[in-house]
Design a protein around this ligand. Structure first.
Ligand code: G4P
Ligand code: NA
Ligand code: NA
Length: 194
């Protein structure tokens, strides 16, 4: 998606070979116009599937997920990272390990928001090792619903997440695919630079 690539070039900051900071438009400040285009791009690709719901993980997945939900006309559920006082019964939960943060955390979704046989599109801001997307997939499947695709805003293609998801038979669609962050430079897949 060319507007996203341009934004990453202009405002992304390479922290090291593994981490790209995008707090100017995605992880802290949010660019609503770009986010709407992101939602529409996901909708164009996943329109062929009969998506009934979008599932994401708080907090940075919410903005692109809501825009995709708006474009597809379906509700959006975000898995929570802290079990709220009002979310004690009838929850689905799983443990996700974050390599970036070097810690395990539990994520929660209320059963009442994912029904058996639903066709769920999972959206997230980053794909690194795939832990979050695989954790969300486990929750959806535990609800006896089906994951029809994974939509990612920024994929770090030099990490193994994409391959792990494909090995699970999932349809992965990433709007920006980063081949390398070496030498303080963002290199996209060549097909995307065109
Ligand atoms: P994984 O799910 O693909 O295995 O990734 P990982 O555990 O490494 O990700 C942990 C957190 O770090 C996630 O945010 C993820 O979005 C973020 N992250 C991973 N790689 C990058 C990167 O290169 N740049 C930035 N900016 N973030 C990255 P989170 O903890 O869920 O936080 P939130 O922002 O959603 O609140
Ligand atoms: Na994040
Ligand atoms: Na995230």
């Amino acid at each position: 998606m060319k507007e996203l690539l341009a934004k990453i070039r202009e405002e992304g900051q390479v922290i090291d070979e593994h981490i790209l900071k995008v707090d100017a438009f995605l992880n802290h400040q949010i660019d609503p116009v770009l986010m709407q285009k992101i939602g529409e791009a996901f909708a164009r690709y996943f329109n062929k599937k009969a998506v009934t719901k979008i599932v994401t993980l708080e907090s940075s997945g919410i903005a692109p997920a809501v825009m995709a939900g708006l474009a597809l006309g379906v509700p959006v559920v975000f898995a929570r990272k802290k079990q709220s006082l009002t979310l004690k019964k009838n929850i689905l939960t799983t443990t996700v390990y974050s390599y970036t943060k070097q810690e395990q955390s539990d994520i929660f979704i209320s059963k009442k928001f994912i029904h058996p046989k639903e066709q769920v599109l999972i959206i997230d801001d980053f794909l690194a090792r795939g832990e979050a997307a695989i954790g969300l997939t486990r929750l959806v499947q535990a609800a006896q619903a089906e994951v029809v695709g994974i939509g990612i805003v920024i994929e770090k293609s030099f990490q193994e997440g994409r391959q792990k998801l494909i090995d699970l038979g999932l349809d992965v669609y990433s709007l920006a695919r980063i081949q390398s962050l070496k030498n303080n430079k963002v290199a996209f897949y060549e097909s995307e630079e065109a």
